[in-house]
Design a protein around this ligand. Sequence first.
Ligand SMILES: NC(=O)c1ccc[n+]([C@@H]2O[C@H](COP(=O)([O-])OP(=O)(O)OC[C@H]3O[C@@H](n4cnc5c(N)ncnc54)[C@H](OP(=O)(O)O)[C@@H]3O)[C@@H](O)[C@H]2O)c1
Length: 304
Amino acid sequence: MTGSGLPALLLTGGSGQVGCALREAPPEGFEVVAPPRAELDLADPASVRRWVGARPWAAIINAGAWTAVDAAESHAAEAWAANALGPAALARASGEAGIPLVHLSTDYVFDGGLDRPYREDDPVGPTSVYGASKAAGELAVTALNPRHVILRTAWVFSPWGANFVRTMLRLGQARDALSVVADQHGCPTSAQDIAAGVGAVCARLSGDGAPSGVFHFAGAGETTWFGLASRVFERAAAAGRRSPALTPIASADWPTPVRRPANSRLDTTAFTRTFGRAPRPWTETADEVTDRLLASAEGEGDAA
Ligand SMILES: NC(=O)c1ccc[n+]([C@@H]2O[C@H](COP(=O)([O-])OP(=O)(O)OC[C@H]3O[C@@H](n4cnc5c(N)ncnc54)[C@H](OP(=O)(O)O)[C@@H]3O)[C@@H](O)[C@H]2O)c1
C-alpha cells in the first residue's frame, strides 16, 4: 500500500508510449509508481535492486526498453543492458521477493518468415540486435522469476513519443506525396490498449491460479504500413485536414540498417482465452489516436 491506499505497481519506462498510457489509465485498483530513468536505470542493476526492494509492490511492470531498432545495431552494449541485463536484474530481484513481473516484449524476436500469425510457442529467431536483446530479456525473465507474464506486442502507436501514426500526421502536413512500405504485414497496437491488457493481467495477479508465461497481445486484424497510413489519412481528410497522395512501395525501396520482418502478425488467442479480454481492432484504436492527435496542437503540424 502507498499514500493512495491502493496496492502499488512499480513501472519502468513511464515516459514511453506504454508507460504514458499506464500512467494515464492505471490498472483498476492499483496505483502506478513510475520513477524516471535517472532514478531507475535498467542498465544499472543496483538501482533496479534498490527500487524493487523499496516497497512491497503488488507487481512490477517493465515497459522500459531500448526501442531504437536501427540504432541498436551500432549501440549493442546499451541495447543489451536495457533489454536483457535490466530485465534479468528486475526478474532476479522480484523473483527473490516473490513479486510478479509483467514484461513487455516484441514481434522482433521472430524472423518474420512464417506465413501465418506467430503463436507463443513458435521458435524465436531474431535478425537484429534489438530482437536478440529482447529475446534474451524474455529468457532471463522466464528463468529468474516464476511469477512472470511476458506480453509480446507489435507496431505500437499512441499520442505520445515517436511512432508511425504521429510521424505520418507530421509528414502529411508538410508534403503532398508520401511513399509507404506495403509488403510488411502486422497488427498495429495502441499503447492504450496495451495498458488495458496489462490491466487484465494485473486483475489476475494474486491467487493460486495466476497465469504465467508468454502471451501475444496485438491489435485485432492485420494490415501493412501502407494500410495504416491510408487509414490515418482517411480520418484526417474526413476532419478537413490535408492528406498527401500515398504510394505503396516495397521494403527494398526503403532500405534501413535492420531488415524489418515481413510478417509481424501475432496470434492473440491465448491471451484472450487466459485473461478474458481481446485486443481491440487496430482500425478503431488508430481512429481514436488519430482523432486525439488531430485535436491537439500537433495535429496542426507542430509535432516534435
Ligand atoms: N514501439 C513499438 O513499436 C514496439 C513494438 C513491439 C514491442 N515493443 C515493446 O513495448 C515496450 C514499450 O515500448 P514503447 O513503444 O512504449 O517504448 P518507448 O516509447 O520507446 O519508451 C521506452 C521507455 O523506456 C525507457 N528506457 C530506455 N532505456 C532505459 C533504461 N536503461 N532504463 C530505464 N528506462 C529506460 C525510456 O526512458 P527515456 O524517456 O528516459 O528514454 C522510455 O520511457 C518495450 O518493451 C518495447 O520493446 C514496442
